[in-house]
Design a protein around this ligand. Structure first.
Ligand SMILES: Nc1nc2c(ncn2[C@@H]2O[C@H](COP(=O)(O)OP(=O)(O)OP(=O)(O)O)[C@@H](O)[C@H]2O)c(=O)[nH]1
Ligand SMILES: [Mg+2]
Ligand SMILES: [Zn+2]
Length: 299
């Protein structure tokens, strides 16, 4: 249910919560992660001793990870066994860039995890920004991402609750975008601390400090997470990246060089044609290029 460093709160089949420690070396094969057990993991507990120990991590249905900023080559598992990832974003206080949004969506797509986007703090937007918001929701719903525009502070969150129903959902986003505010609104079972946003830097204050899963009803689980500063893409090969842009995935077979085309300057490239004719949005293509070239990989 939650990890606070070396201790983990585990919800057991008897309905009780056990504060547990990992015993010995347990690692899932093939993953170099900074955290061996992630929120959402199913584990076996040994309750023989005073402190419960996690003795086994069960195979994961899936997980989502990002490249660790501290140790290169290592990665941090945000959560395991999730049905969808919901990214909360804001235009200002703090600002979320389209690059960050697209890197998050591409990563989730690479792990085959459905995505939703919640644009929060609608109340702070002027008319021009509301227009921009509308064009972004058109863009992202057009590529299959469910979008909501909300004001977590002012409104009740029935629509968000509906998206969460009967699923396990990871909630992610920069610090200060209102993840905890939104979750507090959807259930009396959630009572997370809420922080401020610095007027000076327009950044959040990292109020939520560890990931925690809440059990809303029999089949509905939601995971609140600490704000993420940067999103590092996990290694992908150059041919693979356009697979994770839904609007490019089918078109790329029409490129002259088909799966060998990386859509930069090749002749008869269906993706470049689609960008020129406006079928693919310029911002998406630019972010594709920056991922391909590894520039700006973490912002
Ligand atoms: N104006 C406005 N402020 C909001 C809205 N939602 C949240 N806030 C404010 O944004 C600040 C940060 O909210 P939190 O819920 O702590 O943000 P968080 O995403 O959980 O941040 P971390 O836990 O640091 O990752 C608080 O001051 C909230 O009151 C909104 O819809 N409109
Ligand atoms: Mg929070
Ligand atoms: Zn191409």
């Amino acid at each position: 249910m939650r990890s606070t460093g070396s201790f983990y709160d585990v919800l057991a089949t008897d309905g009780k919560r056990y504060n547990s420690r990992v015993r010995g070396k347990i690692r899932l094969e093939g993953i170099k992660e900074t955290n061996p057990v992630a929120v959402g993991d199913r584990v076996s507990l040994d309750l023989e001793h005073e402190i419960a120990s996690i003795v086994e991590i069960h195979p994961r249905k899936n997980h989502i990870l990002r490249q660790s900023v501290k140790k290169t080559g290592h990665s941090h598992v945000l959560a395991a066994n999730i049905d969808q990832a919901l990214l909360v974003v804001t235009f200002s206080y703090p600002r979320t860039s389209l690059g960050f949004i697209d890197r998050f969506l591409v990563s989730a797509e690479a792990f085959r995890i459905p995505q939703a986007l919640v644009f929060n703090k609608k109340d702070l937007l002027d008319e021009k920004e509301l227009k921009l918001l509308e064009s972004l929701t058109t863009l992202y719903s057009g590529i299959g991402v469910q979008c909501l525009c909300i004001s977590a502070l002012l409104e009740d969150q029935k629509q968000v609750r509906d998206i969460l129903q009967d699923r396990t959902t990871l909630i992610a986003g920069h610090s200060g975008v209102g993840k905890s505010t939104m979750l507090n609104k959807i259930s009396p079972l959630i009572n997370q601390s809420v922080g401020g946003v610095s007027d000076f830097s327009e950044k959040g204050t990292h109020t939520t400090t560890f990931a925690e899963m809440f059990h809303l009803d029999e089949k509905t689980f939601v995971i609140d997470t600490p704000g993420i500063k940067e999103w590092g893409l996990v290694d992908m090969n150059r041919q693979e990246i356009s697979d994770y842009f839904p609007e490019m995935r089918d078109l790329r077979l029409q490129c002259k060089f088909q799966s060998r085309c990386i859509h930069v300057s090749e002749p008869k490239c269906a993706i470049i044609d689609a960008v020129e004719s406006g079928v693919i949005q310029a911002s998406r293509y630019e972010n594709y290029l920056s991922m391909l070239l590894g520039e700006d990989n973490r912002k």
